[in-house]
Design a protein around this ligand. Structure first.
Ligand code: HEC
Length: 512
């Protein structure tokens, strides 16, 4: 990864500002103006950019169409570690996967995989943290609202056929374990950061696929191309990208991302294998329009639209309420039913008068489960499926007043603030000065290994550039205490006071 360069960063801030000015709807709020060019095929105006390293791109609510397939240009991205080199998709057919735990061990290339029986599955991918922004206890990690989800057509071969190709499962295997090919940072225990996940062997051999196409095109690098695992109906993290090893194993992997991360637990608890892993996605729905992200809505007859899904189950019905759930009207499921792991589009005709409206949707799946009003609070803000929080707020305004308000928003671009933040040298408080020592010294692995922070002179490129991210004290404390994605937790190693000092340091050293 290239080293930190102030001039190009300032240019990128200016560019980010220009893009934002052209498209005021694309979330001016993200002070982290775009620093790196968007991944191939991605349209910046479709996203809220939470992070550019590793990529965390949320689909704007207004960028979802009514039809049930999400185009690649708008499909969300959530990577745990930096994307591998582009060269691996240039020569995709040569991609080689090691297969272990079958009667015969060996390896298979993408070219050879393509000779096995082909399957196409329509499936939703959704980040475990989708809806995290709605939890009131500020869980660490990207603050996704509704858009860390998308539905695509995936082309590939069954894991069961791949295993059969190697003589079938060997005895005593209980899990299918996949490992991603991300480059891991030097000097860090690989099991702390590697993206390696296990699912029960029954699930793995029943309907999981190794896929190389997304919506009929070669799987893009940023989505795990040349080959990723598809675990239909399960949360995103299980769908390992850039699969380099596919193994049948007797036990779940001990990698942190399986053993302690992505575990559903009470607020304040550390994750462990005793807590449920983020596997099947529960029933969920939300409305996408019209009027999301302050897009214009004409008064009078309109059609509400949204999406509903439930992992492995499919949708029975969706209801919509305009009065906070006191009364419900059944929406119409529309378009093709693409199977139990896809999402279903729904519509409802409404009359919209001038003024504010608030609509919610509530889905029931084919097993009879209905979305609850409120999601279950949990430490990391996973699995949000409450119907109340993601309400669609529509403001129907007359055309001339709309033009005025958009003009105001556009002038509030974050360009100047971003540049100023970089130029001001910061005087640290005594607490922050202590934190600086910990950042550069005591914390093991060292923060500098993975993060860029100009005050500390570090240029790590595994995690977000902290100068760009400008995290709050609370955000740093939560990240260090609990870990986030591939970042290790430090709670066992640092005292609360040390973590407070670290948080003060990162926040002060990066604030404008
Ligand atoms: C092994 C690499 C690694 C080390 C070491 C590391 N981080 Fe991180 N850090 C990451 C990655 C990767 C992310 C992005 C996590 C994600 O969003 O999936 C991250 C995210 C963060 C965030 C953003 C959290 C958020 O809310 O989005 C902060 C703040 C942070 N790290 C601070 C630190 C500090 C302080 C240290 C030292 C105690 C540290 N990191 C050590 C890899 C690392």
């Amino acid at each position: 990864m290239n080293t930190f360069n102030r001039r190009s960063l300032i240019k990128a801030f200016a560019l980010g500002g220009a893009v934002a000015a052209l498209a005021p709807l694309a979330r001016l709020a993200s002070a982290q103006a775009m620093q790196r060019p968007m991944p191939v095929g991605k349209l910046a105006t479709n996203y809220i950019i939470h992070n550019d390293q590793p990529w965390a791109l949320e689909t704007l609510r207004s960028a979802f169409g009514v039809a049930p397939i999400t185009p690649q240009s708008a499909f969300f991205v959530r990577n745990n570690l930096p994307t591998p080199d582009e060269s691996i998709v240039a020569n995709a057919d040569a991609w080689r996967i090691e297969v272990e735990g079958a009667q015969r061990s060996g390896s298979i290339t993408l070219e050879e995989l393509k000779a096995l029986p082909v399957h196409i599955e329509a499936a939703v991918l959704q980040c475990s943290g989708n809806g995290r922004a709605y939890f009131p206890h500020n869980p660490s990690g990207s603050q996704w609202a509704t858009g860390a989800a998308g539905c695509a057509l995936w082309t590939g071969v069954r894991v069961s056929d791949v295993i059969a190709h190697f003589g079938g499962p060997s005895d005593g295997k209980l899990f299918v374990t996949a490992t991603g090919a991300e480059t891991l940072p030097d000097g860090v225990d690989p099991s702390q950061v590697v993206v390696e996940r296990s699912v029960a062997i029954d699930k793995g051999l029943q309907d999981c696929l190794l896929v190389w196409e997304m919506n009929g095109a070669p799987l893009p690098l940023v989505h795990g191309g040349p080959v990723r695992l598809l675990v239909p109906g399960y949360f995103g993290v299980n769908n390992v990208k850039w699969v380099k090893t596919l193994a049948l194993t007797e036990v779940e992997t001990g990698a942190s991302i399986q053993a302690s991360s992505y575990r559903f637990r009470d607020i304040g608890e550390s994750g462990s294998p005793a807590h449920p892993s983020m596997y099947r996605m529960p029933v969920k729905s939300w409305l996408n329009g019209p009027g999301a992200d302050d897009t214009s809505v004409i008064p009078g007859a309109n059609t509400l639209h949204g999406v509903a899904f439930s992992g492995e189950r499919g949708i029975d019905k969706v209801e919509v309420s305009a009065d906070g759930g006191q009364s419900w009207r059944e929406a119409q499921l529309v378009g093709p039913d693409l199977g139990p792991n896809a999402w279903r589009s729904f519509v409802l005709p409404v009359e919209l008068t001038l003024g504010k409206h608030r609509y919610v949707s509530r889905a029931t799946d084919r097993a009879g489960d209905t979305q609850p009003r409120d999601a279950i609070p949990n430490h990391r803000g996973y699995g949000h499926n409450g119907w109340n929080d993601p309400a669609l707020e529509i403001d129907v305004v007359a055309a001339h007043s709309r033009a005025a308000s958009v003009g105001n928003a556009a002038s509030a671009t974050p360009v100047a603030a971003g540049v100023q933040a970089l130029d001001s040298s910061v005087a640290l408080s005594p607490l922050a000065a202590q934190g600086r020592e910990i950042f550069m010294g005591k914390a093991q692995p060292n923060c500098t290994v993975c993060h860029t922070l100009s005050d500390a002179g570090s240029a790590g490129a595994i995690g977000p550039n902290l100068n760009t991210l400008q995290p709050t004290v609370e955000q740093v404390f939560a990240a260090v205490n609990q870990g986030v994605g591939a970042m290790p937790a430090y709670e066992a190693q640092l005292s609360e006071a040390e973590m407070r000092a670290l948080a003060a340091y990162v926040a002060e050293a990066t604030s404008g």
